[in-house]
Design a protein. Structure first.
Length: 331
């Protein structure tokens, strides 16, 4: 069958001539706007026109189906990145809810948490003391071995190879002992930072006045969003305006530059050093199709990077996100 393609003016004239009692089309038709801005009607869509957004019309000229414009590779990659951020946000929210439930069921008050922190620090200090005791023991052992070797040399005697080997082994043991002590110090700092974060979270969950005005679940939802760095937009236009304002926020707090800058995503370059903070803000929809901005903070994948992301500095950045936007857009 030969494809029938009409300009919009010809179709309208035909419709008027047929009158209201006759169908506008003999069969299913398609309508789209080509790259020249012309509106096209046809009973088939040529392959070279398939990338355009089009509407399928029934015999009465009513729209029965819409096919959106084909996305470029760059647009699809951006959609994939936004979807990944949305899933990451949902995962973090669910994990935070689970952590909050455990936190509230484990401790009765702040005194309980402080006591638990003290006991944990004491236990970690005891483990480090054992490691330091081992270090002292091997250092004394090395001192004895070196004295033996020195005495032999002063007496003009050759130091046995076995003694030289023992000295090397003891020196290696000392390095291992230092490494163990450093691990204990890092662990203590990490556990303390995580515990202090839990204490601040417990304060947030139990001392907010919102708990008296809202149900516990609703209050927790609001707090989780606030802690994560979420900004819920009243309208899509407000979200676009807010996204434009957060460029300054990212530049103020991030140590890496923005790599991607669109109307849906401000993506910071991945952290390269232990002290780097990479900030990204995405405009996405929640499960209720409401627009929101999500602040994503990334640190380097290392023990120091993990400690940084769990620090008060990062919590302060998240806490400052919503007030910054509200100030910039006038709430």
């Amino acid at each position: 069958m030969q494809t029938r393609t009409f300009s919009v003016s010809l179709v309208l004239i035909c419709c008027l001539a047929l009158g209201h009692s006759q169908p506008a089309f003999a069969k299913k038709m398609y309508k789209w706007v080509n790259e020249k801005g012309e509106t096209i009607f046809s009973d088939q869509v040529p392959p070279e026109q398939s990338q355009h957004r089009r509407e399928a019309l029934n015999e009465k000229g009513r729209v029965v189906e819409i096919t959106e414009q084909a996305k470029t590779k760059e647009q699809q990659a951006m959609d994939n990145r936004l979807e990944a951020l949305r899933k990451a946000q949902e995962k973090i929210i669910e994990q935070q809810k689970a952590n909050d439930k455990v936190l509230l069921s484990t401790f009765r008050n702040l005194d309980d948490m402080q006591a638990s922190l003290y006991a944990t620090m004491q236990s970690l200090d005891s483990q480090r003391n054992v490691a330091q005791g081992n270090l002292k023991r091997v250092e004394l052992q090395l001192e004895t071995q070196q004295k033996q070797a020195g005495t032999l040399e002063r007496n003009g005697k050759k130091v046995p190879q076995a003694l030289l080997d023992d000295i090397k082994k003891t020196e290696a043991q000392i390095q291992i002992a230092y490494g163990e002590i450093n691990k204990h110090i890092e662990k203590k700092n990490r556990v303390k930072a995580e515990f202090e974060a839990d204490i601040e979270r417990f304060k947030f969950l139990t001392q907010s006045p919102e708990d008296t005005a809202q149900g516990a679940e609703q209050a927790t939802e609001h707090k989780v969003a606030d802690q994560l760095g979420l900004y819920n937009c009243a309208t899509e236009a407000l979200c676009i305006q807010a996204l434009g304002s957060v460029r300054e926020f990212i530049k103020r707090h991030a140590t890496t530059p923005i790599d991607t800058d669109t109307d849906k995503l401000l993506l910071g370059r991945a952290p390269a050093n232990d002290s780097d903070l990479s900030l990204s803000v995405s405009r996405i929809e929640d499960e209720n199709k409401k627009q929101q901005l999500f602040l994503d903070i990334r640190c380097r994948e290392s023990s120091l990077g993990a400690e940084l992301c769990a620090s008060q500095k990062v919590r302060d950045i998240r806490a400052a996100f919503r007030p910054f936007i509200e100030s910039a857009v006038g709430k």
